[in-house]
Design a protein around this ligand. Sequence first.
Ligand code: G3P
Length: 217
Amino acid sequence: MKFFVDTADTAEIEELAATGLLDGVTTNPTLIHKSGKDFLAVTQEICALVDGPVSAEVVALDHAGMLREAEVLRRIADNVCIKVPLTVDGLKTCKALTGEGTMVNVTLCFSANQALLAAKAGATFVSPFVGRHDDNGFDGMALIRDIRLIYDNYAFDTQILAASIRHPVHVLEAAKIGADVATMPAKVVKALFHHVLTDQGIEGFLADWARTGQAIG
Ligand code: G3P
């Protein structure tokens, strides 16, 4: 499973990239606003921090406008992945861009039928929003499960990018189902490393090591 961080905060991205475990970055207009930085400038900075795909979202709602914005965004770096909404125009744009070899992330996916359409449009990634699905009384993981089943039935190459991930149990469940990618806030990536028994174990081993009076090297 690939791990993407869902942020436009370059300090957070740099810290996670240093672990060697970060496979990509996703951003959206809300995260760009939160960063307080210029969209194109911060996207360029992020693309230089990671080798993997960096999703940058168009804001036009029509096909021609999306293509114009995508052209600007994809000139930033080779690892830019154009993010389009799951609409008719978004999928038309997806088909055109992936046909030319540009990576596309189809976002705001809330049904398995929408995910089926994204795959037929040749999407590189489809982003079902697990947390927002849960927030509204639906089962976000059931959506991931349905999409996995459908994509496997037809051997679609589109990668399932579990998005709107809010906590480590979401990551665990998405991994068990076989989502290809999980994108999550930095705090969720960091939480995956921690276990109280790991901390206690280190504490106990170090206390006993100190009693030996030895040093390594
Ligand atoms: O990856 C999509 C994400 O940015 C939305 O997450 O927590 O705002 O629903 P959230």
